[in-house]
Every structure is written in structure tokens, then in C-alpha cells.
Design a protein around this ligand. Structure first.
Ligand code: BGC
Length: 711
């Protein structure tokens, strides 16, 4: 603290603003190229942070200039988007969410932090904890899916994983929870578009994951690019100051999104960079990422009385305190000095394989062709994703390399050395060329089993990758129809960053697996599931739509006065499509079959401060051991504000051997039944609540009990 105060007292205005200026190194560019790092700027103290530069030597070189050649020697803050792994690339976040495994989420973040820190990185722009319910929006791939409870669990796990026990440790990086908030609700799923959601929806859906990140100690938070009802999040004092800082007590660093401060002019809320800088600073945004607007605008804003020196200094203090917490003053070179323990990367590869296979969701299994028989002698692996190593890295590859990836074809070949495996591309991921289909069909005609590898390219999801057509791109459908037309046993592997609307495929293929983008161990993980070495356990963290016309779709709908009733015209439904999803939230098949029974909720009447014990029996009826995932939902039957038909309150995973019976239990505190009342404050109202436990959000599979909350 003393150091921070001394520095603030010694700094010139330009040096103060320099601490608030983070610029891009050459490398990944996700927007208009703003200011770039120059050695001269670092030396002059007008650049306080750098991102998109990694590598121990590269980082040391720039850090040395800051520490040894700038007047005050303040070290640089080095940031990077370490989203789903650094060198070891894990499954994309949406895929990893399918594991519903807090421990796994934490472990992959820890491994990523260790690798990134060894490359000199002190801050990651992750986790992304935007609840996402509209698959047109490409960034759904980076999200934890549709549910705020899941997003909150993930926020806490990732924050713990990235930051470790001690932020100053050489292998810890500062987490940045992003993007505050409601970015997933962009109009019509179109990237960067305006958002208009109610205060209630913010409090119920979009803000809780950020409270969870703050409770877990996140060092930084990034406001979203978007505006909510006309107020860009970059300058939203009600949420950034009132809610985040004052109410939730966040005292860390707010860092703008890429160029977002300059974009306030495009939003139409600032006339020039002076106004833009003043608005963002006054809303509490400490660091201007790459737009150079603080550097250009704050001096004039100060002259014009639009900002105060005290506010500039408050932001400088927060940035310096973060540098201090990261141990950068004590040893600016500590990150990047030691290689991570796992030099050959073996244990990280194992973790990548574990994460990847736990992310795979067996969507359909119409004919029992899985696991593949060990006696299979000839397989045709067909489709544009079969050998696509680079695509398997997904949307944020950081330091990942295609050469590190095990492709689907390679994984299968390694797992089935005695089986002849031929491959053909058939068609490209996108494009109109169908000339390869005939070759692929010829190959399939000679095979016992066909593994059809379809989907999107990695670049079709992620930032600036909204789509209105959620079918297979290019001529892949033609390839698939030709293959399915052979009537041979066919397994489809679907690589994508979002759910795809493919009812026709789900009806025809013998089995379909969502394999997303699984990272460097893609091929091995997929082979583990196909051969039965690993019994699939992934579950969908979102409702998988049938048609793009259903978007946004999610299970926690509010009841309507005219509930969906098949055959009833004046009910909440579509004329041309069911209103239920293709696959409900939580869906995911296994080679085992689990049967639930005997739900108990005790006591039946609870008061505030008490707990309900929810328990049930689970039996594995299948032929092999497997993992079941159970979801606990509640429904508040009558309340002063209509409550959703289902709210997720807990998840349990149990591993059961064949024929094994076990009990699952939850302790549900009465407080978990509170909701945001009419006056937008949390309230606990007496009344009856249904407790549902199921393997998905489909009510058809629920066991149901009722409890009463008494005053
Ligand atoms: C993205 C952020 C990311 C930043 C830095 C932006 O375009 O929205 O999620 O952290 O770029 O790369």
C-alpha cells in the first residue's frame, strides 16, 4: 500500500494515465487495430499493460524496459485470452460445461494458468460467464450455457483455478470475469447488437454469475461491448458502480473490452474521445483496452472539469494494487522464470483427454451400434472434420498448435489397430464442391461401420460469428444424405461451437454425438467413447433447439396464462413446430441406464434458516458401470411475481457399477427458495414449492415432491 501511495504521489499525469492504458502487441486482433505497444511508450511510462504477447523471453524483454528504463520502474501487466487452455488446449468452454464437474473446471483452469504464467502472462481475460440462450450468437461457444446457477458454479471454479491459492505465486494469473453483462441477449443473436432486458432479468439471470466471481475473489471484471437499453456497459454507472462496486463490494480492476471506450462514439453517447474517456472513467472503468482514448482524452477531460484527479488516481491505485497483489513489484520476472513442472506435458495431456471425453454428449443412439464391437474389421471415416486438426483447437487457441492435436482419424486408428480404417473427406466444411462425394460413398460401401464427421469450422463460432442458419454449412447435408442412403450402420460426430438444428439427421443416423471442439486430445477422447473405453457422461448445459425459429430457448421459462397444450389452438405454441427442444437441458445418453426412485423431501414444512433434505435412490440398470447426472429443480407454485416453471438449484453426479444402487442427497437451504421480489430485492415468501429431480429438464422424467415454506 505504501508503495502504491508513493508512486501515485510521484507520477506525472501522463504516467498516471499510462497505468490505465493497456495496448495490444502484434498478434491476435479482435477489432480495429488501436494503439500498439512501442518500446518508447513503455520507456516513457505511458503504457501500463500489454496483451497478446507471450513467451518467457519476449515478455522479459518488454518487462525489462518498463522496470529498468522507465522513470518509476513500474512493471507492465501482461494479459492474454487464456480461455480454454494455453499451450495444452482443452475443450471449448461450452463443451467443458457438459461435464458439470466443478473439480474438472478448476483443474483445467489451473493447468492453463501454470502454462500461461510460465510464458510470462499475469492476467487472463477469462472466465467468460455470460449466460447464453441463443445459438445464433457465436459466442455461445465460450459460454457456460443457459443457466445462471451453472454459470455461477463455473465462475467460482475457474476463478479459483486461474488465481490459485496465492495471486502472487509464479504460477497464478489474475482472472477477469467477463462480459458484464447480458451480452448473450444481443438482439436476434446478432453480434455486438443492442440488448434490452429488464432489471429483473439482469438480477435473476445475468448478474448472479458475476457475484459468484466476486465472491471467489476475481481480480478483474470486463464490461461487455453492448448497450443495455441505450446505456453502453462501458459507461453504466448503475451497474458498474452502484451494483458491482457498492453493492457486491468488488474492489478490483475494471478493464474495458477491446476498443470499447472509443466505440462509445459509435454508440452515440460521446461526441469525441474526451467525452468517451470521461464517461468510462466516471463509470469506474480503470483500464482502457487498446483504444488509446484515455491517453488522448483524459488530459482534456481533466482541464474541462469532466473528470477529477481523484477519480484518475483511484483507478491508478486499483491497477497498481493489482500489480502488487500479483507480486510484480517484488519480482517482475517471476512469471516466465520457471518452466511448469510437467515439462513433457504428459499429465496435462491426460487432463486434456479426461476433459475432452467428459465433454462428449451422446445425443442419440437409435440402434445399438455403440460401443463399437472390438471385432469390427472395416470402418470408413468420412467427412470434412475427420482430419481437421486445426479446427479441433476451437475458438480461442491461445498458444495451441495444430501439430499437437490428435485428429479424429488418428485417434480411431490408435484405438483400433486391428481394424482397417479408410478415410475420405467427401466435401469441405463450407463451399459448393460435391465432387468428392462419390469417392466417399464408394469407401463407405465396403465398410462395416461408417463414422461421419460433420459440423462447423472453429471460426464459425466465437466472436463476430453469429449465424442465422443453424444447419450444416456447405454441401455437408448432401454428403450425409448420400451416406445415410446406403442404409449402413452410421455414427455421426458433430463438431460445432453451438447446437445445430438437424432434426432430419437425428431421425436417421444410428447414433449422433456432440463432440464440439475438444482440443488437443480430440481424437483419443472420441475413440475412448466410441470403443467403450469411456462410458459417455456429458450432459447438455443448454436446451438444444429443433429450429432456429425457436431461439432463444431455455427451460426456465415463465408460466403463461395459456400453457403449451398440443391440439389446443389458443395455447402458447407454434403452428409449424413443437415448442419443446430437440434435446432438453441435461440430456446426454450413456451406455448404462439409470432408474430413479423413492424421492423424499424432509421435513415437508420448513422455515427460514432451516434446510430440506432431498434424497432419492438411483440404480444402474445397464450392463456396465457409468456416471449419472441428477438435476434438482424447484418450482415456486404461487408467488407475488410469477416464478419460472423450473429453477435449477443443484446437480449431483454419481458413479455406479452395473446393477449398483445408491442414494443421492442434497441439503437445500430454505434461503435457496428466495427470489427477486416486486421491489427487485430478494424475498423469501411462504408457500408451496415443488421439488423435481430428473436426469434432464424434461418433466416427463421427473420424480416430484412438495414442500411448504412456513413463515
Ligand atoms: C473480446 C474479449 C477479449 C478481448 C481481448 C474482445 O474482442 O470481446 O472477450 O478478451 O477482445 O482479446
Amino acid at each position: 500500500m505504501e508503495r502504491v501511495e508513493t508512486l501515485v504521489a510521484e507520477m506525472t499525469l501522463a504516467e498516471k494515465i499510462g497505468q490505465l492504458n493497456m495496448v495490444a502487441s502484434t498478434g491476435v486482433v479482435t477489432g480495429p487495430s488501436g494503439s500498439r505497444a512501442t518500446h518508447q511508450g513503455i520507456r516513457a511510462g505511458t503504457i501500463g499493460g500489454l496483451f497478446n504477447l507471450w513467451g518467457a523471453d519476449e515478455v522479459r524483454a518488454v518487462q525489462r524496459i518498463a522496470v529498468e528504463e522507465s522513470r518509476l520502474g513500474v512493471p507492465l501487466l501482461l494479459g492474454l485470452d487464456v480461455i480454454h487452455g494455453h499451450r495444452t488446449i482443452f475443450p471449448v468452454p461450452l463443451a467443458e460445461a457438459c461435464a458439470f464437474d466443478v473439480g474438472l473446471w478448476e483443474r483445467t483452469a489451473r493447468a492453463a494458468a501454470e502454462e500461461a504464467a510460465a510464458d510470462g502472462i499475469a492476467m487472463t481475460f477469462a472466465p467468460m460467464i455470460d449466460v447464453a440462450r441463443d445459438p445464433r450468437w457465436g459466442r455461445i461457444v465460450e459460454s457456460p450455457g443457459e443457466d445462471p446457477w451453472v454459470a455461477s458454479e463455473l465462475a467460482a471454479a475457474k476463478t479459483r483455478g486461474f488465481q490459485g491459492g496465492d495471486l502472487a505465486a509464479a504460477d497464478s494469473v489474475a482472472a477477469t470475469a467477463k462480459h458484464l453483462c447480458a451480452y448473450g441477449a444481443v438482439t436476434a443473436g446478432r453480434e455486438y447488437a443492442s440488448v434490452d432486458v429488464s432489471e429483473r432479468t439482469l438480477r435473476e439471470i445475468y448478474l448472479p454469475p458475476f457475484s459468484a466471481a466476486v465472491a471467489a475473489g476475481t481480480a478483474a471484471i470486463m464490461p461487455a461491448f453492448i448497450d443495455i437499453a441505450g446505456v453502453p456497459m462501458t459507461i453504466n454507472p448503475t451497474l458498474l458502480k452502484g451494483w458491482l462496486r457498492e453493492r457486491v463490494g468488488f474492489d478490483g480492476v475494471l478493464i474495458s473490452d477491446y476498443n470499447a471506450v472509443a466505440e462509445l462514439i459509435n454508440h452515440g453517447v460521446a461526441a469525441d474521445s474526451v467525452e468517451a474517456a470521461a464517461l468510462a472513467l466516471n463509470a469506474g472503468v480503470d483500464i482502457d483496452m487498446t483504444s488509446n482514448t484515455y491517453t488522448q482524452g483524459l488530459p482534456a477531460a481533466l482541464d474541462r472539469g469532466l473528470v477529477t484527479m481523484a477519480d484518475i488516481e483511484a483507478s491508478v491505485r486499483r491497477v497498481l494494487r493489482l500489480k502488487e497483489r500479483l507480486g510484480l513489484f517484488a519480482d517482475p520476472y517471476r512469471r516466465g522464470s520457471a518452466a511448469p513442472d510437467d515439462r513433457d506435458g504428459k499429465s496435462r495431456r491426460l487432463l486434456a483427454r479426461e476433459a475432452a471425453r467428459r465433454a462428449i454428449v451422446l445425443l442419440t443412439h437409435r440402434c445399438p451400434i455403440l460401443p463399437l464391437s472390438p471385432n469390427t474389421r472395416r470402418i470408413a471415416v468420412v467427412g470434412p472434420l475427420a482430419t481437421a486438426r486445426e479446427e479441433m483447437l476451437g475458438s480461442w487457441a491461445s498458444a495451441g498448435r495444430p501439430a499437437d492435436v490428435v485428429s479424429i482419424l488418428e485417434g480411431l486408428k490408435a484405438a483400433m489397430p486391428d481394424c482397417r480404417i479408410d478415410d475420405a473427406r467427401g466435401v469441405d466444411i463450407d463451399g459448393e464442391d460435391e465432387r468428392g462425394v462419390a469417392v466417399a460413398i464408394d469407401l463407405c460401401a465396403h465398410a462395416e461401420i461408417i463414422v461421419l464427421c460433420l459440423g462447423e469450422s472453429a471460426a464459425m463460432s466465437g466472436e463476430a460469428a453469429s449465424r442465422t442458419n443453424l444447419g450444416l454449412p456447405g454441401r455437408q447435408r448432401a454428403l450425409a444424405e448420400a451416406v445415410l442412403g446406403l442404409g449402413k450402420p452410421t455414427v455421426v460426430l458433430l463438431s460445432s461451437g453451438r447446437p445445430l438444428a438437424l432434426s432430419w439427421l437425428f431421425e436417421r443416423a444410428d447414433a449422433v454425438l456432440a463432440t464440439w471442439f475438444l482440443g488437443i486430445e480430440s481424437g483419443h477422447a472420441i475413440a475412448d467413447v466410441l470403443t467403450g473405453k469411456f462410458n459417455p457422461s456429458g450432459r447438455l448445459p443448454l436446451s438444444w433447439l429443433r429450429s432456429v425459429g425457436q431461439a432463444p430457448i431455455y427451460f426456465s421459462q415463465r408460466p403463461t396464462g395459456r400453457p403449451t397444450t398440443p391440439g389446443v389452438h389458443y395455447s402458447s405454441s407454434y403452428l409449424d413446430m413443437l415448442s419443446t427442444p430437440q434435446f432438453p437441458f441435461g440430456h446426454g445418453l450413456s451406455y448404462s441406464r439409470f432408474v430413479l426412485s423413492n424421492l423424499r423431501c424432509e421435513p415437508a414444512v420448513v422455515k427460514a434458516g432451516e434446510e430440506v433434505q432431498v434424497s432419492l435412490e438411483v440404480r444402474n440398470d445397464g450392463p456396465i458401470g457409468g456416471e449419472v447426472t441428477l438435476f434438482l429443480f424447484v418450482r415456486d407454485l404461487v408467488a407475488s411475481v410469477a416464478r419460472p416453471v423450473l429453477e435449477l438449484k443443484g446437480v449431483r453426479k454419481l458413479t455406479l457399477g452395473a446393477d449398483e444402487n445408491r442414494q443421492a442427497t442434497w441439503r437445500l437451504p430454505a434461503q435457496a427458495l428466495a427470489f427477486i421480489g416486486e421491489n427487485l430485492e430478494p424475498v423469501l415468501e411462504a408457500g408451496r414449492f415443488e421439488i423435481h429431480v430428473g436426469q434432464t429438464a424434461d418433466p416427463a422424467g421427473f420424480l416430484t415432491g412438495v414442500i411448504e415454506l412456513a413463515t
